[in-house]
Each structure stands twice: as structure tokens, then as C-alpha cells.
Design a protein around this ligand. Structure first.
Ligand SMILES: [Zn+2]
Length: 282
């Protein structure tokens, strides 16, 4: 009997038909990657203009199509996370007015929930700006994020958050909002997280740690309650601005001799299975 093969999951990747797309998937698979959580791109990255909630269907359908093509091309399983990007608000409100922009983004999230309920996606994507914004934009962003929590609670799914840099105060506040609407904070994934495993655990938020430099060693020294990601953006105009597609499998394999394989079964299989309610098998 041979030992079962360790699954290796990148919890936050983007793929764009105008980028490396399937080549990036091949690189990931050849390095040992087996599962991808594919997160929807901001609509403008796909050349789509948003004027109404329904316009998000074009974005989401495109992401689903890319996911299918990736699975056909390589031996990988792709789970999809759909929603809105916090920077969309900054981009739309001048053109559409703030109330309408908020309404459209909330509507986009409602459509994303439909996809989750149909089994086409495993979670929602929301958040708030990572840069300084006017108070009214900050409040509106929090309003949208709260709405995503309500929708996730109703659908029983996870939410990936793009937010400001993680601080204990911010995490505690976000966990509080989740609890207020009845969403367990363990369904809230902090994407682009630093290796703050213990602090996230304290507030219940689930960290998706960016696999750069020594972040994963640092995270492991605090525990195994985290997932790994690259936030690979697949933008040919910004090469080297993010981690490459093979980073998660490469890093995992580099660390096995020192940390053993068991911790990575937790990180790549048990954790995502629990957070998303999915099955990770090879
Ligand atoms: Zn991203």
C-alpha cells in the first residue's frame, strides 16, 4: 500500500484569460498543487463595466468558465469564491452616486449567494478598503461587508475578506460584526493575512496566510489553524508584484522535512473542509 498523497491547496488565486491563465495552473499542478480556491477578479480586470447588479453575472460566469477550463486542462480541483472587491466602491461612487453604488454591490453579493446556493461557488468575497478613505466610504464599505455576512449566514457559507492590514483591533471589530448578524467568525476568512494565527484564533477569524518569505514558518510556530495562499493576480503588466502560482506547493514541500506532513494535512485538507464545508480528496 502506498501512502496517500498530500493535497496542496492555494486558498486565494486569480486567473485571467488575458494573463497566463492555464499556464499558471500548469505551473501550480507541476509543482504539486492539487486544489485552487479561485477568487473573482474586480470586474474591470475582465473588461466588464458594472452599471447594475445583474452585470456581475458576466463576471461570475467568466470565473466559472475559467475554473472549468482549468480542471479540464490539469489534474486540479477548483473551488470558486464570488463577490465584490472593496475598491469597486471607490471606483463607482463618482459615476453612480454612493447610495446606488452600495446598492449595486450589495445586489452583486446577492447574486453571488445564488451561485453558492446552486453549488457553483463555495463562498462570498467582500471586505473594506486597505487604504485610507473618507469616512462616508468607510461606513458604506462596512455596510456592504455586513450585508455579505448576512448573506453568508443565510447560505451557510464562508466569506473571504479583503481588508486593511490585520490588527487585533480590526479583527475583533470584524468578528463582532459577524457575531451580530449570526455568522460564526470561523466562516470569516482574512485573506492576505500575516502569520497572526493565535490572534485570529482568539477572535475566531480564519487566517489565509500569504506564503511569502518565512510567513509559513512563523504561522506554524503559532499553530496549524490557517490556510495558505499566494493571491496570484495573473496580471502580465504587474510581473513579480505578487507570489507566483507554484509558491504554495513549493513552500509546503520545503517545510515538510522540518515540520512533518501531518501539519499540512490539517492546513490543506481539514481546515478548508471545515471552513467551506467541502471535501478535499485526490
Ligand atoms: Zn486577490
Amino acid at each position: 500500500m502506498t501512502a496517500p498523497t498530500l493535497p496542496i491547496l492555494d486558498n486565494h488565486m486569480h486567473l485571467n484569460p488575458s494573463g497566463r491563465c492555464l499556464d499558471a495552473v500548469r505551473e501550480f499542478a507541476r509543482a504539486g498543487g492539487t486544489h485552487i480556491v479561485l477568487v473573482s477578479l474586480p470586474p474591470w480586470s475582465l473588461g466588464i463595466e458594472i452599471n447594475a447588479p445583474e452585470d456581475y453575472r458576466q463576471v461570475f460566469d467568466k470565473i466559472l468558465k475559467i475554473a472549468r477550463r482549468a480542471e479540464e486542462a490539469e489534474k486540479v480541483k477548483v473551488f470558486v469564491v464570488l463577490g465584490v472587491h472593496p475598491a469597486e466602491l471607490t471606483k463607482y461612487y463618482g459615476r453612480l452616486g454612493l447610495p446606488r453604488a452600495v446598492e449595486i454591490m450589495k445586489g452583486g453579493l446577492e447574486i453571488a449567494r445564488e451561485y453558492v446556493e446552486k453549488g457553483l461557488a463555495v463562498g462570498l468575497k467582500s471586505g473594506r478598503p486597505h487604504y485610507e478613505v473618507e469616512p462616508k466610504i468607510w461606513d458604506a464599505s462596512n455596510d456592504i461587508m455586513r450585508h455579505s455576512f448576512t448573506l453568508a449566514k443565510d447560505a451557510g457559507c464562508a466569506v473571504q475578506l479583503h481588508t486593511e492590514s490585520a490588527t487585533e483591533e480590526g479583527l475583533s471589530e470584524i468578528a463582532g460584526v459577524a457575531r451580530e448578524v449570526g455568522l460564526p467568525p470561523g466562516k470569516v476568512i482574512k485573506h492576505f493575512a500575516p502569520p497572526m494565527v493565535k490572534i485570529c484564533e482568539k477572535y475566531g477569524i480564519f487566517p489565509s496566510v500569504l506564503a511569502g518569505e518565512d510567513a509559513i514558518e512563523k504561522a506554524l510556530s503559532e499553530g496549524t489553524r490557517f490556510m495558505m495562499e499566494t493571491d496570484y493576480i495573473d496580471d502580465l503588466k504587474r510581473p513579480g508584484s505578487v507570489l507566483g502560482p507554484k509558491t504554495v506547493p513549493k513552500r509546503t514541500k520545503q517545510l515538510i522535512p522540518e515540520w512533518g506532513e501531518d501539519v499540512f494535512w490539517k492546513i490543506h485538507k481539514e481546515n478548508p473542509e471545515k471552513v467551506y464545508g467541502i471535501e478535499i480528496n485526490i
